[in-house]
Design a protein around this ligand. Structure first.
Ligand code: ADP
Ligand code: 5GP
Length: 206
C-alpha cells in the first residue's frame, strides 16, 4: 500500500494541551511523525530550548525569513510572529513521514489553501473552565497574557468548522491514541491511495 506522508495541522486553544499531546505522540511513534519546529519572536519559556520547541528569532530576523520566502506560512498571535520553516516540511514529506504543524487557525487556513489535502485537527479541553485552569496551572504567562489568550480562544472557536476532526483532551492517554488512530484512518482513504489502486488494476488486467 502506498504510504506517502500526510501533512497534518494540529490546532487548538492555548492551554488545550497541543504541546503535551504532540510530545507524547512523537515519542511513541517517532518513526511515523515529524513535528515541524516553528520560528517565533516570542521569548522562550522556562525549560524551552532553541530548535526544540521553537527557533527563537528577533523581529528583524523573522522579517528576513519572510522576505527570503523561507516560511510556508506565518501569522501574528497575541503580539508575536509565528511561522513554519519551509525546508524541513518539504524534506520530511518527501521522506514519507507524516508531518505535523502545531499552528494557530490563520496559519491553518493558509496551509489548507496551499495544500488542500491537509488533514486538520482541532483540540480543546472539555470546557472553558478547564482551559483557564490549565493555562493558570501551567504558570508560564502573566494574568494579562492569559486573559489575552482566553479572548483569542473565543475568536478561534468561531473557526472550528474549518477543521476535519475535533479532539477533546480530557484523559491524555486516550487523547494521544485517538489522534494517532484518526491519522491512521486518514491513510486508508481511497483518494490517498491512487498509486496502489492503479498498480492493482494493472496486475488484474486480463
Ligand atoms: P498548549 O500547547 O495547547 O498551549 P500545553 O500542552 O502547554 O498546552 O498544556 C497546558 C497545561 O495543561 C500544561 O500545564 C499541561 O501539563 C496540562 N495538560 C495538558 N494535557 C492535560 C491533560 N490531559 N490533563 C491534565 N492536564 C493536562
Ligand atoms: P505558544 O506561544 O503558546 O507556544 O503558541 C501560540 C500559538 O501560536 C499557538 O496557537 C500555536 O499553535 C501557534 N503557533 C506556533 N507555531 C506556529 C506557526 O509556525 N505558525 C502559526 N500560524 N502559528 C503557530
Amino acid at each position: 500500500m502506498s504510504q506517502k506522508g500526510i501533512l497534518i495541522v494540529f490546532s487548538g486553544f492555548s492551554g488545550a494541551g497541543k504541546g503535551t499531546i504532540m510530545k507524547e505522540l512523537t515519542k511513541r511513534y517517532s518513526h511515523t511523525y515529524a513535528l515541524s519546529v516553528s520560528a517565533t519572536t516570542r521569548k522562550p519559556r522556562l525549560g524551552e530550548a532553541e530548535g526544540r520547541e521553537y527557533f527563537f528569532k528577533t523581529q528583524e530576523e523573522f522579517e528576513k525569513m519572510i522576505e527570503k520566502n523561507q516560511l510556508i506560512e506565518y501569522a501574528r498571535y497575541v503580539e508575536n510572529y509565528y511561522g513554519t520553516p519551509r525546508a524541513y516540511v518539504e524534506e520530511q514529506l518527501n521522506a514519507g513521514k507524516d508531518v505535523i504543524l502545531e499552528i494557530e487557525i490563520q496559519g491553518a487556513l493558509k496551509i489548507k489553501e496551499i495544500f488542500p489535502q491537509t488533514l486538520l485537527l482541532f483540540v480543546t479541553t472539555p470546557n472553558a473552565a478547564m482551559l483557564k485552569e490549565r493555562l493558570i496551572g501551567r504558570g508560564t504567562e502573566t494574568m494579562d497574557v492569559i486573559s489575552a489568550r482566553l479572548k483569542r480562544a473565543w475568536e478561534e472557536s468561531q473557526g472550528i468548522e474549518n477543521y476535519d476532526y475535533l479532539v477533546v483532551n480530557d484523559d491524555l492517554e486516550r487523547c494521544v491514541e485517538e489522534v494517532h488512530s484518526i491519522i491512521c484512518s486518514e491513510h486508508k482513504r481511497v483518494a490517498r491511495n491512487q498509486d496502489f489502486i492503479r498498480n492493482l488494476r494493472e496486475e488484474l488486467c486480463p
